[in-house]
Design a protein around this ligand. Sequence first.
Ligand code: AMP
Ligand code: ZN
Length: 138
Amino acid sequence: MKDTSCIFCKIANGTIPSYKVYEDNDVIAFLDVNPASRGHTLVVTKEHFSNMTTCPKSILDKVFEVAQTIAQAQIAQLGATGVNVLTNVGESAGQTVHHFHVHVIPRYDNDGLKLAFPPKQLADSEMTDIKSSIEKAL
Ligand code: AMP
Ligand code: ZN
């Protein structure tokens, strides 16, 4: 469904400007306005899907193909030595714009950026429960 107030819909249809680096029929990519690092790019579906889980697989494939190409360009042209590719699903995961997008964040040696996952340990029984719960849905 179209969301006329959605900022990424407006960027996708050209109503508001962006530093666009790529566009095709299904996907647009532009620089993040508040970059986590130099060259931080968002790969966004042109059609409005709230997040990765509601995006059709055929379009998802295209989004990740573009993300790969952007990552290659960041390495080749910006001198990135690594890249983080991530997408937030839902507010608990930090999603603030509820239009599916993938962050492609170039990394540089000693850039000081921390995307930390504090390590946890779970009991074997809990790991087994979690494994079967996920498997049931696959
Ligand atoms: P998320 O937290 O995954 O929803 O990320 C949303 C991202 O969109 C943030 O990194 C913002 O800096 C970025 N953003 C918000 N508005 C704009 C805009 N008009 N142009 C480019 N990036 C934007
Ligand atoms: Zn939208």
